[in-house]
Ligand binder design. Structure first.
Ligand SMILES: Cc1cc2nc3c(=O)[nH]c(=O)nc-3n(C[C@H](O)[C@H](O)[C@H](O)COP(=O)(O)OP(=O)(O)OC[C@H]3O[C@@H](n4cnc5c(N)ncnc54)[C@H](O)[C@@H]3O)c2cc1C
Length: 279
């Protein structure tokens, strides 16, 4: 597997600052950007401002910052999972219709083999099947069957390549799901490499790429308890039910104990909104 950060929106930290600042200042975007250009606002202040905003739920400015990645040598099993992400990401993937796979190895095409096959002593079985698939695929192509039809015999193990463009909001969301130990090893490894690549260029932003239980993300695990208990991150991250238990305990000692929301709560919230609007 190879993952390369091809390009980034020019100075993403500053782009993010401009987007956030525009929301919270009477200044026009021209004035905001003049302050940036004249260094009236320091790089340190920019980083601090962005850091504070990233602690909030105001996520849409993150959509204004994009990254391009090149990814190769991942399996079609991974790509099926990856392309399920629908929002804020654009994919270009190597075609099995237009590319005929000849492979570097004479014996067989290239395939991604999970370590577990080797661990189970079934490497040869896997290799033999891939060699047979290679033989059938090549024979099909030689017989004039178009590549788009010959590919029907190719397995999930067939490697594929991507160029993707993804915005920061979606990149963080992908990190939430795919850096989690519940995600499959291959896609987890790919997203970890995307994070490492970004870390080299924009560490101020890359550090926010964490599994959803990370302290910079949701902060707790919301997977089923059995999975949480099996996860090595449970040593340092709480489960949602544990957080609620602690909260309930603390609140039961106060005069505001936790309880389920009732219809009267919605009416109270509405009255609160109206009183705020009048104030
Ligand atoms: C551990 C794991 C196991 C999985 N197992 C399976 C499985 O067994 N079978 C299976 O089919 N899939 C499975 N998936 C894939 C999963 O169901 C999602 O399709 C995938 O994670 C894409 O994420 P997303 O829906 O957040 O899409 P994204 O495009 O990444 O969504 C980005 C954000 O936009 C929101 N969004 C996107 N589209 C809409 C919409 N139409 N309406 C409202 N909000 C929207 C999402 O809620 C999300 O917050 C699995 C994923 C993981 C991480």
């Amino acid at each position: 597997m190879d993952v390369v950060l091809i390009d980034i929106a020019n100075d993403p930290l500053v782009k993010l600052y401009g987007a956030y600042r525009t929301c919270y200042t009477p200044k026009t975007p021209r004035e905001v950007w003049e302050d940036i250009a004249s260094q009236a606002v320091s790089r340190e202040k920019i980083a601090q401002f962005v850091e504070e905003r990233l602690k909030t739920g105001h996520v849409s400015p993150l959509e204004q910052v994009v990254f391009w990645f090149g990814i190769s040598g991942v399996s079609r099993a991974l790509s099926h999972q990856f392309v399920r992400h629908r929002i804020g990401i654009s994919f270009e993937q190597q075609s099995q219709r237009y590319v005929r796979f000849t492979g570097k190895n004479e014996e067989r095409l290239e395939f991604v083999m999970p370590e577990s096959w080797k661990d189970a002593g079934r490497e040869a079985m896997f290799e033999n099947l891939m060699a047979e698939i290679t033989r059938v695929y090549r024979e099909a192509v030689a017989a004039g069957i178009p590549a788009e039809d010959a590919r029907f015999v190719l397995p999930n193990a067939a490697p594929t390549n991507f160029q993707i463009m993804v915005n920061f909001a979606e990149l963080l969301h992908i990190g939430d799901l795919r850096l989690c130990t519940r995600a499959q090893w291959e896609i987890r490894s790919m997203v970890a490499r995307m994070r490492s690549e970004l870390m080299k260029k924009v560490p101020e932003l890359a550090k926010y790429m964490q599994p959803k239980c990370g302290e910079k993300r949701m902060g707790y695990c919301d997977e089923e308890m059995k999975a949480y208990e099996a996860c090595p991150l449970s040593n340092s991250r709480p489960h949602k039910l544990q957080v609620m238990e602690v909260f309930k305990r603390v609140r039961s000692e106060s005069n505001k104990p936790m309880r389920d929301l009732e219809e009267s709560d919605f009416r109270a919230a509405e009255a609160f909104r109206e009183s705020g609007a009048k104030a």
